[in-house]
Ligand binder design. Structure first.
Ligand code: AHM
Ligand code: MG
Length: 335
């Protein structure tokens, strides 16, 4: 059997052999992976570690924070602030950007993350995860401002997530396809378990929170209605539905066996484009999905082309198997 390839070796090869990433970015990704290992340990301890339940606080979106949301956020900040690879960080759980303190060396990257995605699943022992995205600090600007973070997803230099499920799996792209690494708990290292991940172009599986159906817009209603008609309907095949309510876990399934995931705009909060956040969730996941041959739009345009106007901006998300995403997107222009 071939010798297992660690995340470290994979990244060194991306740097040295393939020339895809600079040394600084490699080291930054190693730090992020180490932080994910620590979060994984906290998740695994569960009730024994006293990490379950709510904290007495709300985040900038007005959502009640769980203890693990805060712990994961602190782990990521603490692991990354002194490494010398970053200029600043932004998190779904923090109101504004976090500048690397002056006492530490300053780097040229910006790190964005959703420290603990799928918060509603924390206390029920269902898969949750960390999502991250790396941007380059714009050249020539002294210091860092929120404006520096407002770059379209197409500018990302690395993106990934770590899913804490029956296995802990880190999924990564640096623009050279998608690779998956499984955490070997005994060795304490991430081991490459799949390279060149590909999403099938067609699928018979959709993921959407059906309880919101009455609030959806017509194009989404039409698409799901056609799926529900099965073999007898216009699609001529039966569809299956899955909804884990952790984007990391739903996207992980799609990267593994295909499918389409949607969290569309709906009428509950008409002024907001959707529930999910562009910079912390939609951009990194869209890049991973595209790198695996899938597609990601907001119904009207490619998510990676959206110019963000605010750090905590929300967006309508349709991503996964290419032909299905194109179909839902086309319904938005014909209705
Ligand atoms: P979170 O980052 O606070 O956990 O919220 C995002 C999550 C996604 O992981 C998931 O797709 C969605 O919210 C689930 O929403 P719902 O509770 O409507 O099913
Ligand atoms: Mg989230």
């Amino acid at each position: 059997m071939a010798k297992p390839i660690s995340l470290t070796r994979y990244l060194v090869e991306q740097q040295r052999v393939d020339g895809h990433i600079p040394g600084d970015l490699r080291l930054l990704l190693e730090v992020v992976a180490r932080a994910c290992k620590r979060i994984s340990q906290a998740v695994n301890k569960g009730a024994l570690g006293g990490v379950l339940g709510s904290a007495d606080s709300e985040n900038v979106q007005g959502e009640v924070q769980k203890k693990l949301d805060i712990i994961a956020n602190e782990v990521l900040i603490e692991a990354n602030e002194w490494g010398g690879h970053l200029a600043a960080m932004a998190s779904e759980e923090m109101d504004s950007i976090y500048l690397v303190p002056n006492r530490y060396p300053q780097g040229e990257y910006l790190l964005l993350f959703d420290p603990l995605d799928g918060s509603s699943n924390i206390d029920v022992n269902v898969s949750i995860g960390t999502i991250f995205s790396v941007l380059k600090k714009p050249e020539g600007s002294p210091g860092v401002t929120e404006q520096d973070f407002l770059q379209a997803g197409a500018q990302q230099v690395a993106a990934g997530y770590c899913v804490y499920g029956p296995q802990t799996t880190l999924v990564l792209t640096v623009g050279d396809g998608v690779a998956m690494f499984t955490l070997d708990r005994e060795q304490g290292s991430f081991v490459l378990t799949q390279e060149n991940v590909r999403i099938p172009e067609d699928t018979k599986e959709f993921a959407i929170n059906m309880s919101n159906m009455r609030h959806w817009d017509e194009p989404v209603k039409r698409y799901i209605d056609e799926c529900l008609q099965g073999k007898e309907g216009p699609r001529g095949k039966d569809f299956n539905m899955r909804w884990i309510a952790s984007m990391v876990a739903d996207v992980h399934r799609i990267l593994t066996r295909g499918g389409v995931f949607m969290y569309p705009w709906d009428k509950r909060e008409p002024n907001k484009p959707g529930k999910l956040r562009l910079m912390y969730e939609a951009n990194p996941m869209s890049w991973l999905v595209e790198q695996a041959g899938g597609a990601a739009t907001n119904g009207k345009q490619r998510i990676l082309d959206i110019q963000p106007k605010q750090l905590h901006e929300r967006v309508s998300v349709i991503l996964g198997s290419k032909n299905e995403v194109e179909r839902v997107t086309s319904y938005h222009s014909t209705l």
